[in-house]
Design a protein around this ligand. Structure first.
Ligand code: FMN
Length: 176
């Protein structure tokens, strides 16, 4: 099962993530947990989240980039759900052997991250990658949809199709 931990603060105002979620959610074997809709009060049900994660083979952290980072509720999800004794530390083996993918949309274009005037995309992904590795998760190449401010509908839809394709490829690799 692919579990998408979707952390958009205003899902009803989304253009990019909404399309990605629509296409990914139509696939068999994909479950979506929209954190801001489940937990508008930020009171995360840790047991329910851990139960969902335990059924997944691939976890996806999907969100719009905000200040070069994850959205606040996703950070809280990581802090609470990846608990000592469950995700790491003594007896903390629940995530071992699972994979994780970072799926992020950005307002900036890819050249914005490649110019060298500020940290590139690889650097920005490092806290998540380190977290994943620390918990025994297999870190997959991230999926990034850039330029979302100026993309037309067709480009946004094409990015969503690429996302769906990445998930299908992963599913096929598991079965084949
Ligand atoms: C508070 C805030 C901070 C943001 N910070 C960044 C940023 O650091 N880098 C960037 O490229 N885009 C940034 N953006 C733009 C969002 O990433 C962009 O609007 C979003 O990915 C579009 O996806 P959506 O259509 O699903 O909302 C920011 C947006 C907001 C509201």
């Amino acid at each position: 099962m692919i579990l998408i931990i979707y952390a958009h603060p205003y899902p009803q105002h989304s253009h990019a993530n909404k399309r990605m979620i629509e296409l990914a959610g139509a696939l068999e074997g994909v479950e979506i947990r929209s954190l801001y809709e489940l937990y508008p009060d930020f009171n995360i049900d840790v047991a329910a989240e851990q139960e969902a994660v335990s059924r997944a083979s691939l976890i996806i952290w999907q969100h719009p980039m905000q200040w070069y980072s994850v959205t606040p509720l996703l950070k809280l999800w990581i802090d609470k759900v990846l608990a000592h004794g469950w995700a790491y530390g003594h007896g903390g083996t629940a995530l071992r052997g699972k994979s994780v993918m970072w799926a992020v949309t950005t307002g900036g274009g890819d050249q914005h991250f490649d110019l060298g005037s500020h940290p590139g995309f690889d650097v920005l992904s490092q806290p998540l990658q380190a977290t994943a590795i620390y918990c025994g998760l297999n870190w997959l190449p991230p999926f990034a949809a850039h330029c979302t401010f100026i993309c037309d509908d067709e480009t946004l839809q094409a990015q969503a199709r690429q996302y769906k394709h990445r998930l299908l490829e992963w599913q096929e690799a598991q079965h084949g």
